[in-house]
Design a binder for this molecule. Structure first.
Ligand code: ZN
Length: 474
């Protein structure tokens, strides 16, 4: 037993001796290499790596420390993600000392996902989601759109992308239910408005409210119109669309009644007379005008020029209208050049009328009226002509109501309202119109209906009836 204990003790001592020899300091100089700064560096991709170098110290026995040169091996590419080892090596006599620095270039920035068309998409019930497009860009990998994973859920589309360094980005597009409810248009006043003939139509108004946008009254468009002189039923449509294209609308019916017959007695005459006069014809609408006048048993006065329709004066005369003359050519600069020129021209149209009607006309009207200033270059011509025509047996007429159909009015409604306004309370109204205008002929029926309903009498101008002369300006 004692022998075993002794043997173990001897073995232990032997091992101890071996260890002491093995670990004893090496002979010769000692070299220590130490990198400056951190031994382990993490660098974000794109940053600059600055080599800090290393320091080597050598000593021998009890000698003083000695700084020795260090060689640096290995480079760091900060533009490329990876792990780089930089080796520092120094030599002194037979000794070589080495140290390492580990530099890791990393990318920790996540990619950026862009959603075209915004984060929210509105979808009507039953309609499929339509991708409006997306893109993914990474600071390190560049365009990685192709790597985007798209996943659709009931109420969202989720876009996920991972860059080569494992950074993950997620973008979400919300799928919102679209508005399918149209705005509601509410009419003020009645949905059916009945107007007396010729009454104005004041719009009673309306409001419009949308479930999403609130008050949209200002966006309501009204289509349709009311013609207060034409009996009939008109429909006005009030409509407005919301941002989703839902259109809300309401309609109003406007009835314009037939004119009311004038009360008995008044219909037999209010003592006031309207003389409808038509200049510058005959024209392509004159026959239609004669039809209208005939249907209403109204006689009018024509101041004709020498047109290709001149033969129409035959019918006009036969049907009881007064056919006066207006000059053959109506060319101001020619007719007002001299008295001779004027009468030569007048004679031409006089003959034409006589040819077709069998009667030499006695009524006439000056082109531009006796008050015209177009003739001014021939000083005093109108004063002279006004006297001369009377001397020659003509009676000339101007007008005291202008339908403005030769300037300003271009619709039957405008002609009609100009006439109604012009007649006003006059006892004798000589109304200037032009039967070469289609809209004037359209207006005539309404003028007659209005006039009769108000008790006016329609008559032709005659040499012994009331005259209507302007103040002569030349
Ligand atoms: Zn004229």
């Amino acid at each position: 037993m004692k022998k075993i204990v002794f043997a173990v003790a001897v073995l232990c001592i032997a091992v101890a001796i071996v260890l002491v020899f093995a670990l004893r300091p090496a002979s010769g100089p000692v070299l220590r290499v130490e990198p400056a700064g951190e031994r382990d560096i993490v660098l974000e991709y794109g940053q600059t790596y600055e080599e800090a170098g290393a320091e080597a110290v050598a000593w021998e026995g009890l000698s003083k420390d000695r700084i020795v040169p260090v060689e640096t091996e290995g480079t760091v590419d900060a533009q490329k993600v990876g792990t780089y080892m930089v080796r520092y090596r120094a030599r002194y006599k037979d000794s070589v000392g080495t140290a390492y620095r580990r530099v890791r270039v990393v990318d920790t920035q996540a990619p950026v996902i862009q959603l075209s068309g915004g984060q929210d998409q509105y979808i009507r019930p039953g309609e499929p989601f339509v991708e409006e497009g997306y893109s993914a860009a990474d600071n390190y990998d560049g365009d990685i759109t192709a790597q985007v994973q798209v996943k659709q859920t009931d109420d969202a589309v989720i876009y996920t992308v991972t860059d080569s360094s494992g950074n993950v980005s997620v973008a979400t597009r919300r799928l919102l239910p679209a508005d399918t409810v149209a705005p509601v248009v509410t009419l003020k006043g009645d949905k059916r408005v009945v107007l007396a003939w010729g009454d104005g139509y004041p719009e009673p108004g309306f409001t419009a409210v949308d479930n999403c946008e609130g008050d949209v009254t200002s966006r309501v468009k009204v289509s349709g119109s009311v013609s207060i002189y034409r009996p009939g039923t008109y429909t006005l449509t009030y409509s407005v669309a919301d941002a989703f294209g839902n259109v809300g609308s309401a309609t109003r019916e406007v009835v314009v009644k037939e004119w009311e017959p004038a009360p008995e007695g008044e219909a037999n005459g209010n003592g006031k007379v309207i003389y409808l006069t038509f200049d510058d014809g005959p024209g392509p609408h004159t026959d239609r005008l004669l039809d209208i006048l005939k249907a209403h048993d109204v006689k009018a006065t024509f101041f004709v020029v020498d047109t290709k329709y001149i033969s129409t004066v035959k019918r006009a005369a036969e049907e009881g209208h007064a056919v006066g003359i207006h000059t053959a050519t109506h060319v101001f600069k020619d007719i007002y050049a001299s008295e001779e020129a004027y009468f030569a021209d007048l004679e031409q149209i006089r003959k034409q009328v006589e040819t077709y009607t069998g009667t030499s006309p006695v009524l006439m009207r000056f082109p531009g009226g006796s008050s015209n200033t177009i003739s001014k270059s021939n000083k005093g011509i109108m004063t002279r002509l006004a006297a001369l025509v009377e001397e020659k047996g003509y009676t000339y007429f101007d007008w005291n109501v202008d339908s403005k159909d030769a300037g300003g009015a271009t619709t039957p409604e405008e002609v009609l309202s100009n006439v109604i306004e012009g007649v006003g309370n006059k006892s004798h109204s000589v109304v200037l119109m032009h039967d070469i205008k289609s809209y004037t002929v359209d207006a005539v029926e309404w003028i007659i209906r209005w006039g009769k309903s108000c008790g006016y009498t329609f008559a032709v101008l005659t040499p012994d009836g009331p005259t209507c002369h302007h103040v002569i300006n030349n």
